[in-house]
Design a protein around this ligand. Structure first.
Ligand SMILES: Cc1ncc(COP(=O)(O)O)c(C=O)c1O
Length: 381
């Protein structure tokens, strides 16, 4: 039996192991003993800011923390509503609830699985302060239409780009469509690192400044002088130095992810009439954190892949407003048919850059073999 292909690889940072060890020694033994928010973090923020064309980038504790910091910097709180996708990760709802506001859950587009701008618009009312779309694992949200909705209704636009760093739609990078966007650097993300971290990117220097103050206990430059009720969401110097080192290789790793996605999408195109639907082809507005299929009888494909030694993941088995944590904050008679549809069908395949060509072919072959079996079974009936 061939060795298995894990969903995320165990050796993500192996090629940079020596760099990391050297940085630990260097930063740990430096006379200034600066482990958070030092010169490395400042430079890391600057590099990200310049690469995005942002007014400011503020590195913080995680993608989840970044969402919370932006919501607080926007002074969103009790009595306010934020429209979020009904299908996505928990922080989309929990970050809103944590600032005391209410999430309003919009249904998604059946094909792309990102939030449906019409559904978002129908939920906007006098309490709505912001809309917070998220890019899904393979496709960016329809930001041009969402920006138009936000503008039409005078509400703020916050972009959850946690999984989409490096993706570009219509020439604008993920994270730069909204008033603010967030990134996550948790190890398996497109620009992941070995630990927790995130960032807020914004075109609005004022908003960036408020986030900067909030992430460090509400201090505005002067130590132990607190201008606002902030939190501890500071960034680690060793990780900042490591990310600065890895930034040069980011485009190449992204390109490898994109090439794998292109290959999968081409191989899977004929499977659509067998109930296996790949993300739309092309590169504009695509992200490559993981690669999500929609599959009728999804668990059968998952089992088949497991038998072939290939790990896959189900993101997410339930829409957010159906989760026990969030159902009390959703209308009891609410319905999100496309989010339900996606939860029943979604299956994510590995797409990390150091999958070999042989791994990629093996994964694609296994999916196609399942599709062929299904076609033959249909013919036999
Ligand atoms: C869409 C989305 N938003 C936010 C987050 C939160 O990021 P973090 O894990 O860094 O808190 C995630 C994490 O997976 C995510 O997928």
């Amino acid at each position: 039996m061939e060795p298995g292909i894990p969903f995320f690889p165990p050796d993500l940072f192996e090629s940079d192991r020596k760099v990391m060890l050297d940085l630990i020694r260097e930063i740990a033994t430096a006379p200034e003993q600066k482990f958070i928010l030092g010169e490395h973090t400042r430079r890391f923020e600057e590099v990200l800011r310049d690469s995005l064309g942002a007014a400011d980038v503020v590195a913080c504790g995680s993608g989840t923390a970044a969402l919370g910091l932006v919501l607080r910097a926007m002074e969103i709180g009790p009595g306010d509503e934020v429209v979020v996708p009904a299908f996505g990760c928990a922080p989309l709802a929990s970050a809103v609830l944590e600032v005391g506001a209410q999430p309003a859950f919009a249904d998604i587009d059946r094909r792309t699985m990102v939030v449906d701008p019409d559904s978002v618009e129908r939920l906007i009312n006098h309490r709505t302060k912001a809309i917070m779309p998220a890019h899904m694992f393979s496709v960016m949200a329809d930001m041009p239409r969402l920006a138009a909705v936000a503008e039409r209704h005078g509400v703020r636009l916050l972009e959850d780009s946690a999984v989409a760093q490096g993706a570009v739609l219509d020439g604008t990078p993920a994270g730069m469509w909204g008033e603010a966007g967030v990134f996550s650097f948790v190890q398996v993300k497109s620009f992941g690192m070995p630990g927790e971290g995130g960032a807020v990117a914004t075109r609005d220097a004022e908003l960036g400044h408020r986030v900067r103050v909030l992430r460090n206990h509400g201090q505005d430059g002067q130590r132990f002088v607190h201008q606002a009720i902030g939190t501890n969401s500071r960034f680690d110097e060793i990780q900042a130095a490591f990310q600065l080192h890895r930034f040069a290789g980011f485009p190449e790793r992204l390109e490898r992810r994109a090439a794998i996605a292109d290959h999968y999408t081409e191989r899977f195109a004929p499977l659509a009439d067998r109930g296996i639907v790949a993300p739309p082809p092309g590169r504009d507005g695509r992200c490559y954190y993981v690669y999500c299929l929609q599959v009728e009888g999804r668990d059968e494909l998952r089992d088949h892949l497991a038998e072939c030694g290939i790990a896959s993941h189900v993101y997410y088995p339930q829409p957010l407003p159906r989760q026990a944590a969030f159902a009390p904050h959703a209308p009891a008679d609410g319905c999100w048919p496309n989010a339900e549809h996606a939860s029943e069908r979604i299956l994510a395949l590995p797409i990390y850059p150091h999958l070999t060509d042989a791994d990629v072919a093996r994964i694609a072959d296994a999916v196609c073999e399942f599709g062929d079996r299904r076609r033959n079974a249909n013919h036999d009936q």
